[in-house]
Design a protein around this ligand. Sequence first.
Ligand code: PLP
Length: 338
Amino acid sequence: MMKIDEAGTVLTSGGRNTRRPVSTVNTLNGERTYAASVDIKAIRARFAFPGSSRIVTNNAASTQPPRDLLELYRSLAPGYENVHRGQSSASQEMTALFESSYDTIAQFLCAPSRASIALYRNTTEAINAVMYSLLSEFRDGDNVVTTMLEHNSNYVPWYGMCREILPRLGRRVEYRLVRFDPLTGELDLGHMASLIDARTKLVCCTGASNFVGTRSPLTAIRALADSSGYLQPSGERRSHLLVDAAQLVPGSFVDVQALDADYLAFSFHKMLAPFGVGVLYGKEHLLQAARPFLYGGDMIAEGRVFPERVEYNCLPWKYSAGTPNILGRSSPRRRCVS
Ligand SMILES: Cc1ncc(COP(=O)(O)O)c(C=O)c1O
């Protein structure tokens, strides 16, 4: 028998303490995964909640803020300022820090550049941004394929678009739902293949399910979307793929270029970062061509506001209207990926 003590030390039945990797067996596919031993005391020390005797079981909804984050907020307080609209050195410093977060996020996702990152309040808003940006592109008779494994965030926007918004504009667009096996939690790829056709503009799929925990086979799903033959306005002949990565990014290394995702969304608050920031990765040519979701200040190129014609800022500012969660967006720190 094997036990792990509070410090992450593996205790074997012979009483000998070893620091070897802990392994678990996945009951669904029998695969054994090894985790490095963890120093639980050191991890606990980074959070405030253990001190209040709270037992936190809701990490999948939102993680607890580490002390490092609270300290970062405290250190930013003396220079508290809005961004892009102040002459003070505090405003300029805050703007520089805030701006650098786009590069950090792009690097974190292995995205080609900051121009493929747009920031919103959460995953839900990021997915809605894609929906509203593409709204005018959907043609009568098109369809969207999504799945029964989705969080409401990746289902309700498509339901609303197909059932409530587009019918009022005289367009019929169908949403189609892929089923999953309730015993294994795996998506039924055969069913997905039967639902994707030459009128499927978009396939929307979770990267990891929030209720059964299974991961979607994104490479196979990408291949199905590729083979549809749907004619996009750019001339590409394939369905776009949107990945709801709210539960995928916090627990795995995600390379958006390797996945070849067209859009991918996740929330900071599920990965030790603040509430109120959601990331949308989108291929640059798609973000460039699409209509913005939110219109207003900060997205307009300086000195280019005329009564008859408005010129938008270059990416990613085209997608950033109004005062954002400045401290929240300034929180990412660079990490090195080898
Ligand atoms: C898979 C998945 N998608 C989307 C969301 C919505 O995230 P948010 O509330 O940050 O928009 C969640 C939240 O639990 C989720 O688990």
